[in-house]
Design a binder for this molecule. Structure first.
Ligand code: CTP
Length: 404
């Protein structure tokens, strides 16, 4: 999946011949799963029509401070537009527009939006070769880079003037590739390896029966997807579940029993920077697994159980620099029990679920958790979607690395 998937992108189009290529660019953004809005300078409309770009972007195109066609003119709020965006790209960026960006000469909606943007800004210059090399243009590049804007260099090739050289706007495919590579290199968990456990475990009684639990695996998969979105390489050790990983950065290791999960986790743990135990591991398993299906011969029947190994506690004893996060599911004395688990399992952070909280627990879309760190700092969170809880958990991981 592209790192652009789900991103809100504001495309600023200025008036050069390369503006015709923005039709392909918008299509590629949409194909990558991005949401896109377009701001055009008045001059750019001579090269590509607003109708084309609004149709392809599936959004109205903005080019004036007011929508003059309406009887009651509507103000286009450039601040709102700029704050909406996760990323702004000005393509093509003509010499004129670059100069206005560098000096703050705010005489159109595109520049007003640019000056209001707080998100990362990229610009893809397009002009004739001598203009591209002119000291004035070069000093504008320097100024814009100093503002923190990222330049997508022009390419070599035939220019509209008939001359051939540097100055052609980068091809739409190359702009997309540039953005993806740049965004990926800046992801906060890039280079980190995270081990995550998810789902229930099944403990066999005989070839057809098992002891299991109601865990769906959603919380663990949400954490894995979010960690991968943030650039981490994820090893997801999962008990039986119907969830599928959504990102190529996630390697799923399917397991069934607590022992399988224990073995898989110990195989990978030494290599990871973070481990998050979101699985609902069976605490007990049948002492003896019948080789054949057990017949209903007697009126009463009991199974002798033995303890499974505590995976998280074991990881706690062998951990070196790994940041170790566990979950606790409690029904009474929640905080005290969770604090005991932090100590017993040598955790850095525990995510406490209380079944007393409405909306928390198994087979729910939402969760209400309380974070407790190893210094017993307690942070209760609001009830929210499990995806958002996953975001909160990974923010703790990012915070940890920002301090270390
Ligand atoms: N856990 C584990 N291996 C086990 C049992 C639990 O790795 N055999 C992990 C879970 O994934 C979770 C944490 O330990 O992150 C807490 O699990 P929980 O069942 O709430 O607590 P237990 O330690 O099993 O204690 P108890 O059941 O007595 O509350």
């Amino acid at each position: 999946m592209s790192v652009l998937n789900g991103k809100k992108i504001l495309l600023g189009v200025s008036g050069g011949i390369a503006a015709y290529k923005t039709a392909s660019l918008v299509r590629l953004f949409i194909k990558a799963g991005a949401h896109i809005q377009v701001v055009m300078t008045p001059a750019s409309k001579d090269f590509v029509t607003p109708l084309t770009l609004s149709t392809l972007s599936k959004n109205p195109v903005h080019s004036n401070f007011f929508n003059q066609d309406d009887e009651d003119a509507v103000w286009n709020n450039h601040v709102e537009l700029a704050l909406w965006a996760d990323l702004m790209i000005i393509a093509p960026a003509t010499a004129n527009t670059l100069s206005k960006m560098a000096t703050g000469n705010c005489d159109n909606l595109l520049i007003a939006t640019y000056l209001s943007a707080k998100c990362p800004v990229y610009f893809a210059p397009a002009m004739d070769l001598d203009m591209y090399k002119h000291p004035s243009t070069l000093s504008n590049f320097v100024a814009l880079k100093q503002f923190g804007n990222v330049m997508i260099p022009a390419e070599n090739g035939e220019l509209a003037s008939g001359l051939s050289g540097e100055g052609r706007m980068a091809e739409p495919e190359n702009i997309i590739a540039f953005l993806e590579a740049d965004l990926e290199s800046k992801l906060p968990l890039k280079g980190k390896k995270i081990l995550i456990t998810a789902g229930p475990t099944y403990e066999a009684i005989d070839p057809v029966r098992f002891i299991g639990n109601h865990s769906s695996g959603k919380m663990g998969f949400d954490i894995a997807n979010q960690a991968a979105n943030l650039g981490a390489q994820v090893i997801l050790v999962s008990g039986p579940t119907h969830y599928k990983a959504k990102n190529a950065l996630i390697e799923v290791i399917d397991v069934v029993s607590a022992q399988d999960m224990y073995d898989a986790c110990h195989l990978y743990f030494n290599d990871v920077d973070v481990a998050i135990a979101a699985a609902a591991v069976a605490d007990y398993r049948p002492k003896v697994v019948a080789l054949q299906k057990i017949k209903k011969a007697s009126e009463e029947f009991s199974i002798e159980l033995e303890k499974t190994k505590d995976i998280l506690a074991s990881l706690g004893t062998i951990k070196k620099n790994q940041f170790l996060i566990g979950f606790a599911l409690e029904t009474e004395n929640e905080i005290e029990n969770a604090k005991l688990k932090i100590q017993k399992k040598n955790l850095d952070l525990i995510v406490l679920n209380s079944l007393q909280d409405e909306g928390a627990g198994f087979k729910k879309e939402t969760n209400k958790v309380t974070f407790i760190d190893r210094n017993f700092k307690i942070e209760p969170m609001e009830l929210k979607a499990k995806e958002s809880v996953a975001v909160d958990i990974l923010e703790k991981v990012i915070l940890h690395f920002s301090k270390s």
